[in-house]
Design a protein around this ligand. Structure first.
Ligand code: CP3
Length: 355
């Protein structure tokens, strides 16, 4: 049983009753919950301090360090949820894919996947491959008390974009060439990634994560028809695989205005929206029965406290008619963001929405 599940006949736990999980379930909330994508990490001096001399992917395999970094933004900002500190490529590394995260660049893969033979790099993920995740989440759920922990994984398309390109790309030309030119190989690649991703999310939920987010950060590069045909089935398989746990499932991408309806169809409970589409329009595109998460432009945080409040107010106003709203940025916190501006933003949203 997962940490936030309420067994039949038992009173709900404080975690189950948190504002964040209530908003995900579209229940009335005491205040609009807030957390930030990339809230743990380079915007915090205390993060730089504990990471000194430790490579990014090594840091992800040390349970005490992971727990400390995950807790840092919770202590500092009073956010309504913690997000497990890791990276989308961690499960790939754990099954033996030769890759690294290069500072200032991102994930780089030694042997990009371009042929059917290359698929052999992707064996199934077993819970023992990521025992450090189970251990870190055990530490975290004890430390966090009622604050929910969000587990996460990269969606099959976004993982495939790194694996096929061999690194970050603006055009995804190799990945899309495979998608258009060899649809069978592409489907098999995404299907394997869906199984790995589902297994990785299950490990996190069984260890105590109260919600999960699937990051399909680069899905916005796709036309709706191609997304529906070549990507949606794999993401839907992931959401299906974890549906039985009853924890909220969040689906996020950037530049996905034209895909919001399809992302809703893929099966998540909460759809993340970037800053390009206002939430009152996003809810029309996503359709009924889903909460929304978002969507302040992360660059607004560089414009000074008055502007942050004005722009945050606009987000809250456009969310006024939603059944469930989780306040977040439209994408991750940028590394040079002043952390105090994030603390003030959390306080602003909490006081403006206190019921
Ligand atoms: O607080 C949190 O949100 C959890 C931390 C988190 C990291 N990566 C830590 C990290 C999360 C949720 C991710 C997910 C991730 N990783 C995504 C999806 C989210 C998004 O932003 O769209 C993607 C596309 C990646 C791949 C990746 N990993 C990139 C593009 C980079 C940045 C490269 C750079 O140096 O600019 C990474 C590295 C990474 N992941 C860092 C952190 C804190 C920076 C590395 C460091 O601190 O040394």
């Amino acid at each position: 049983m997962s940490a936030n599940e309420t067994p039949a006949g038992q009173p709900p736990t404080a975690t189950y009753d948190s504002a964040f999980l209530k908003a995900c379930r579209r229940e009335p909330v005491p205040h609009t919950p807030v957390w930030f994508m990339r809230q743990a990490g380079r915007s915090l001096p205390e993060y730089h301090k504990v990471r000194e001399g430790i490579a990014m992917l090594d840091s992800c395999t040390r349970p005490e360090l992971v727990a400390e970094i995950t807790l840092q933004p919770v202590r500092r900002h009073d956010v309504d949820a913690a997000i497990y500190f890791s990276d989308i490529v961690v499960p790939l590394k754990a099954i033996g894919v030769d890759l690294d995260i290069k500072p200032g660049v991102g994930p780089v893969v030694a042997q990009p996947i371009r042929t059917r033979a290359d698929l052999a790099q992707l064996r199934a993920l077993e819970p023992e491959d990521v025992s450090y995740v189970t251990e870190a989440i055990g530490l975290l759920t004890r430390e966090l008390g009622p604050t929910p922990l969000i587990g996460f994984a990269g969606a099959p398309f976004t993982l495939a974009s790194y694996l096929v390109e061999g690194g970050p790309s603006r055009t995804y030309e190799n990945a899309k060439a495979m998608m258009y030119g060899d649809p069978e190989l592409w489907a098999d690649l995404l299907d394997r990634l869906a199984d790995i991703t589902a297994a990785f999310l299950k490990v996190q939920i069984e260890a105590g994560a109260s919600a999960v987010q699937l990051f399909d950060s680069w899905a916005g590069a796709l036309a709706p028809l191609d997304y529906r045909r070549s990507v949606l089935p794999a993401s839907a398989k992931v959401f299906d695989a974890v549906a039985g746990y009853g924890v909220p499932r969040i689906h996020f991408g950037v530049g996905t205005g034209e895909l919001l309806g399809l992302m809703g169809e893929a099966g998540a409970d909460v759809v993340g929206v970037d800053w390009r589409v206002p939430l009152d329009e996003a809810v029309r595109r996503v359709g009924p029965g889903k909460a929304l998460q978002g969507n302040l432009d992360p660059t607004v945080l560089f414009a000074g406290p008055r502007v942050v409040e004005t722009k945050a107010r606009e987000v809250l106003d456009s969310a006024a008619g939603l059944e469930g709203h989780v306040f977040n940025l439209g994408h991750g916190v940028m590394p040079s963001t002043d952390p105090d501006s994030l603390t003030r933003l959390v306080e602003y949203v909490h006081t403006q929405t206190a019921r």
